[in-house]
Ligand binder design. Structure first.
Ligand SMILES: Nc1ncnc2c1ncn2[C@@H]1O[C@H](COP(=O)(O)OP(=O)(O)OP(=O)(O)O)[C@@H](O)[C@H]1O
Ligand SMILES: [Mg+2]
Length: 616
């Protein structure tokens, strides 16, 4: 990934203004309106019953929790005077009642926390699975734009912030709100004046929370963008570690990373500062309210218009009301960052594949015996990537079944683009790509992958054994078939020499295999898959001469019996082709057999002469 060496970093808070018209340039995909709500509903609706039970547990447990101060009031105003008058019944009743309530509250809260934890774990499990499945389904086109760093940040940081909310914040947030409702009602019932005073104190608290929320939202958005930028830079750099080393980009990358890291630190500091302001404000409001209540209550107790027990209960309730208000800010924060994360995830999940499955798929006719491969037709195809101009303007090409075609041309001519259209990584902007007369877009993904296989330059190996890597071509292949394919390709000898032979793990030490050997494994995989059409985008990097010979031989084997398109960077490859296409600027400028083109005086003849001279 060369992005690691080129991504410019600007030390600005440019997260809100898209730098270009391309929405993918921003960290956040444009989330369609309503997508977040739809996602939330679809996550919770399968758990409806359990959510209802959880809510019920909360309601009942909070009622038990809030009984305490009421019993204290009863004890002071009734039970203690009765006890003085030698009646210990009420006091015992209060003690027993208090114990019962405490036990019930504890048990119910335990049940509530368990139930809500189960719900949130299920939601998170579902969400992680959806992100992975969905990202994997999205088209190549999407992944070429939306970096893997961003995807990682969606499925780690964003899911994590939801986890924090669900596991730590949400229950307390709901409890705080519910207890505020209970306490206000109880206070109003105990004493209208005290109740009204407590409710009135909500006004400054509400204003405080509102202003904090507004500021925090801004700060937290910046912070999450800053975190994402740190992750993206990290992942891109490490993915591109080879070019980074080769071009000595370490110092420049360090500087870029330092800028991003500092921006993250600064946004974190801003967030903490907002938090501190809020905590101070809420404590001052709470303590002033309590002090005024005690003062006013004391006067009224002295006037005999208020019972001492009721005042004691009121003060206890007020403490209960204000204690968690400090933390309310924190819960709101985690609520806000979770909401922002959920929005980003919803944006990702709302993306639709740009090469969709057909609504009513068509079947290909059976492969004609004796005539291997299938006919490929590009019918008046035009193609442009989302960004940039037209890469293929009006492209017509017919490849008869079984033909091996070499495509040559200068860099950027559109050769790989042609291959990607044939593999249906993209759909043409206009025109049709046909396989035996059937549009590629009318085939199911499964049929298409069976018919058309593309071996790319990277010759990617998955973690697992060599045998497993070959079997990707046909998962139900037996060990004999796998070894047979490797033998035909000429890969058997080197595989057998690996520490564990075919069972060598390609990612473990000792399983390291060279670029040429990787190509051979990729060919064995393609041979086993036995597609009707094979596309090879040949590696530009040159292998050593014995390696190149082995790859050439293997290529000849894998190409026979099918329609083949080889994007050739070596003229030695062209010699095994039936037909050569020379492409320039998205057009075919020469078309003929290798010998025909050499005999002419075109580009290919020039290239060929230069190559011959270099060999001499
Ligand atoms: N994902 C993409 N998004 C936008 N433009 C692209 C994308 N991939 C390729 N292009 C552009 O399309 C044009 C053709 O690219 P293509 O990869 O098909 O060239 P090529 O003939 O395979 O070149 P090479 O020999 O270097 O592999 C180039 O101008 C390139 O910049
Ligand atoms: Mg290419």
């Amino acid at each position: 990934m060369t992005a690691a060496t080129t991504t410019p970093v600007r030390d600005e808070d440019d997260d809100r203004t898209p730098a270009t018209g391309d929405p993918f340039d921003r960290d956040q995909l444009p989330t369609p309106p309503g997508a977040t709500g739809t996602l939330l509903r679809s996550l919770l609706s399968p758990l409806r019953g359990r959510v209802a039970v959880t809510a019920l547990l909360l309601l009942v447990s909070q009622a038990a929790v809030q009984a305490g101060p009421l019993l204290v009031a009863y004890a002071i105003d009734r039970a203690v005077p009765a006890f003085r008058g030698d009646d210990n019944g009420p006091l015992i009743a209060v003690a027993v009642g208090y114990l019962l309530c405490a036990t019930a509250a504890g048990t119910l809260q335990y049940a509530f926390v368990r139930a809500s934890a189960r719900v949130s774990q299920d939601v998170l499990l579902d969400l992680r699975g959806r992100i992975f499945r969905h990202a994997q389904e999205l088209s190549v086109d999407f992944h070429e734009r939306y970096t893997s760093g961003r995807l990682i940040s969606r499925s780690t940081t964003d899911v994590e912030s939801l986890r924090e909310l669900l596991e730590e914040g949400l229950q307390e947030l709901v409890m705080v709100i519910l207890s505020a409702v209970y306490i206000s009602l109880l206070l109003l019932w105990l004493d209208l004046g005290l109740g009204a005073a407590a409710v009135a104190s909500f006004v400054p608290l509400y204003l405080l929370v509102r202003s904090y929320q507004r500021r925090a939202k801004r700060v937290y958005q910046k912070r999450s963008t800053a975190i994402a930028a740190v992750i993206v830079k990290f992942v891109e750099t490490m993915n591109g570690i080879r070019p980074v080393r080769a071009f000595r980009r370490e110092a420049a990358n360090d500087a870029d990373f330092a800028v991003l890291n500092r921006r993250h630190e600064r946004t974190n500091g801003d967030a903490l500062l907002e938090m501190a302001r809020y905590v101070v404000g809420s404590r001052v409001t709470a303590n002033v309210t309590v002090a005024l209540t005690v003062l006013w209550g004391a006067y009224r107790v002295a006037d005999d218009t208020l019972a001492l027990g009721v005042l004691a209960a009121a003060v206890l309730y007020l403490r209960r009301l204000y204690d968690p208000i400090d933390r309310l800010g924190m819960f709101l924060n985690s609520y806000q960052s979770a909401a922002a994360s959920l929005e980003k995830i919803a944006g990702l999940l709302a993306q639709t594949p740009s090469v969709p499955e057909p609504a009513s798929p068509r079947e290909l006719p059976g492969r004609r015996p004796g005539l291997p491969g299938r006919e490929v037709v590009f019918d008046d195809v035009r193609f442009a990537y989302r960004t940039g101009g037209e890469v293929l303007p009006r492209f017509d090409l017919t490849l008869p079944a079984g033909q091996t075609v070499a495509v040559v041309g200068s860099t950027g001519a559109g050769k790989s683009t042609l291959a990607k259209l044939l593999a249906r990584f993209y759909d043409p902007t206009d025109g049709r790509v046909l396989l035996d007369g059937v549009r590629l877009s009318d085939l199911t993904g499964r049929d298409l992958r069976r018919e058309v296989v593309m071996v790319t330059q990277e010759a990617f190996l998955f973690s697992g054994t060599v045998a497993e890597n070959i079997a990707i071509g046909r998962p139900d292949a037996t060990r004999e078939e796998i070894e047979q394919a490797a033998k035909e390709i000429g890969a058997h000898d080197f595989i057998a020499a690996l520490p564990d032979g075919y069972d060598t793990d390609v990612r473990k030490r000792g399983g390291r295999i060279s670029a040429g050997q990787r190509q051979l494994v990729a060919f064995a995989r393609a041979l086993l898959a036995d597609p009707a059409v094979l596309i090879l985008d040949e590696a530009t990097s040159s292998l050593d001469v014995p390696g190149e010979r082995a790859v050439q031989r293997a290529m000849a084997t894998v190409l026979t019996g099918r329609t083949a398109v080889v994007i050739a960077h070596r003229l030695s490859t062209v010699e095994i082709a039936d037909r050569v296409l020379v492409m320039e600027h998205g057009r075919i400028v020469e078309d003929g057999s290798p010998s025909e083109l050499i005999a002419r005086t075109g580009r290919f003849a020039d290239l060929h002469r230069a190559w011959r001279d270099s060999l001499a």
